[in-house]
Design a protein around this ligand. Structure first.
Ligand code: GDP
Ligand code: MG
Length: 163
């Protein structure tokens, strides 16, 4: 028995970076440039002794265009339906943004089982954003750094009971 984890959240919070770290192959496109077409990507994740399926959600990265936001929303809803549990990432260095609130609403409305991840959590610059994340009402945020590999043991401890 295994489970499926969907990594969700607005563009640029580090979803693909975490996906790549978990899957260990460059299956997901990581790109700083806006306007790059994305979709859903699925891979076999390894974290400690755990093996599970992970989905990287993506869309078009221009969040100012309503139709692209709609596409992002549909992709997120699809990923939630495919997954047993969602890892909802925010950028702790930026704090909670209005777009993060939109994603939190999608997850609440879908009744998703959510782990809240405060990514880019390395260093003091993330302290305030981690605290802000509590206000999303999705439980205690898990401080992570997808880029530096911090918080992976804590993520493992949360996921272990699902396996
Ligand atoms: P996505 O749009 O949510 O898939 O985000 P990406 O994985 O493409 O990452 C967006 C940017 O954030 C890239 O420049 C990453 O290198 C950077 N990034 C991802 N994770 C971290 C992290 O833990 N710390 C820092 N400082 N940057 C990160
Ligand atoms: Mg991505």
């Amino acid at each position: 028995m295994s489970f499926t984890l969907a990594i969700v959240g607005r563009p640029n919070v580090g979803k693909s970076t975490l996906f790549n770290r978990l899957v260990g192959k460059r299956l997901a496109l990581v790109d700083d440039q806006p306007g790059v077409t994305r979709d859903l990507r699925e891979g076999e994740a390894r974290l400690g002794d755990l093996r599970f399926t992970v989905i990287d959600t993506a869309g078009l990265e221009d969040a100012t265009d309503d139709s692209l936001q709609g596409r992002m929303r549909r992709l997120t809803e699809r990923a939630v339906e495919m997954a047993d549990i969602c890892l909802f990432l925010i950028d702790a260095r930026q704090g909670v943004t209005p777009t993060d609130e939109v994603f939190a609403d999608i997850l609440r409305r879908k009744n998703a089982h959510v782990i809240l991840g405060a990514n880019k959590g390395e260093g003091r610059a993330a302290d305030a954003g981690v605290l802000e994340a509590y206000a999303l009402g999705l439980g205690e945020p898990l401080r992570l750094s997808a880029e530096h590999g911090e918080g992976m043991g804590e993520l493992l401890a949360i996921l272990q009971p699902l396996a």
